[in-house]
Design a binder for this molecule. Structure first.
Ligand code: UT7
Length: 326
């Protein structure tokens, strides 16, 4: 019996032109390259220009994904943007993007706020709609301009984050229904709001009518990030019916190289199979995974037929994972 699965037919990404290095940061706050490199693995990050918005980064990433997929903009019939730094409080950045891309009138468009797990959440929503037959071709984006909610006087947080966008096009196709199919084989998402105050913005429309700045209890997030990222992979591998030994590439959320190393050890996957971009992207929240995926595809590292495991963890807390055969 054949089933419908979401195929990954295109990927794209956009990084703002401005690069901020650790040495640049050491001129802004009491920090240095040695501390940032050894504690986080980050060397540099991209920062949006003044006036460069999340929708602008999303637009460029989407154009690249559409081009790589070899489709017309009008073939897209659902757009979802995962972000915590949308252009406006409302409407959705996705709606603005749909207009800018000239999608068919009436194409549904929505944002999803699941912080660093946003891309996994958005992918699950799009994948479910595709498998239900409600949507044929979905544009799924993770995009952030975290620099706009970064307190540039707080060394605890300002060295960690960056801006960027990653986009994928998912399209329905009939498959055999086996673990050897191409496309999205599994998604799994979780949340636990009891960790709300460990990673948050101290602003909000209903709370104090501000956008606020990022605050994080780094040590606490670090501790919980590791088992959460492991669970995201293990549970989605189980659903997909494959094992970690079948995986060609693991893409973890890019927050800290020490977290990534530790998760890889627990999963018993060689670091040669782990995609690392945190060194030159920093933590770009919802953009981190699609950016890493699109950059690795563009570099010829991730290839057709590869089995890719993904997991993310972030504010909320939210976490989850997915498995996709390219
Ligand atoms: O995206 C969602 C997921 N996010 C994460 O997974 C992030 C998880 N957390 C982390 O990655 C790490 O906890 C951090 C990188 C944020 C911090 O590393 P840490 O090893 O936990 O350091 P710490 O916060 O315990 O700080 C150690 C010391 C402190 O000094 P004292 O109190 O020991 O004298 C800090 O004041 O390092 C100091 N410090 C810095 N020093 C130089 C904190 N930030 C800096 C800095 N430069 N930028």
């Amino acid at each position: 019996m054949t089933i419908i699965r979401s195929q990954l037919i295109g990927t794209g990404y956009k990084l703002p032109a401005k690069v901020l290095t650790n040495d640049d940061l050491s001129k802004m706050v009491e920090t240095n390259d040695e501390w940032i490199s050894t504690r986080t693995g980050i060397k540099s990050r991209h920062i949006a220009a003044e006036g460069e918005q999340t929708s602008d980064l999303s637009y460029d990433a989407a154009l690249m994904a559409i081009k790589n997929a070899g489709i017309e903009n009008q073939e897209i019939d659902f757009v979802i943007v995962a972000t915590v730094t949308g252009d406006n409080t409302f409407p959705a950045t996705a709606a603005k993007l749909a207009k800018k891309l000239g999608l068919k009138p009436g194409t549904p468009a929505m944002d999803v706020n699941a912080a660093c797990s946003g891309f996994v959440y958005a992918s699950q929503i799009a994948d479910n709609m595709i498998r239900l037959g409600q949507v044929k071709t979905a544009l799924v984006i993770g995009a952030e301009t975290l620099s706009k909610i970064t307190d540039w006087t707080d060394r605890n947080t300002c060295v960690l984050f960056g801006d960027g966008a990653g986009a994928v096009i998912l399209r329905a196709a009939e498959c055999a229904g086996s673990k050897d199919d191409t496309g999205v084989l599994a998604t799994k998402i979780y949340a636990d709001g009891s960790h709300f105050d460990k990673l948050f913005s101290d602003g909000g429309v209903s709370f104090n009518q501000k956008a606020g700045f990022i605050h994080m209890d780094g040590k606490e997030v670090f501790k919980i990030a590791i088992p959460s990222l492991v669970q995201g992979v293990e549970e989605s591998l189980k659903i997909a019916g494959v094992s970690i030994n079948d995986v060609n590439w693991y893409i973890p959320h890019q927050a800290n190289l020490r977290i990534i190393d530790s998760v890889a050890k627990k999963l018993e996957i060689d670091m040669d199979k782990v995609i690392v971009t945190v060194d030159h992207h920093g933590n770009t929240s919802a953009a981190s995974i699609p950016l890493a995926l699109a950059e690795s595809v563009a570099a010829g590292k991730i290839k057709k037929g590869d089995l890719v495991a993904i997991s993310a963890m972030g504010a909320g807390f939210t976490w989850g994972g997915m498995v996709i055969r390219i």
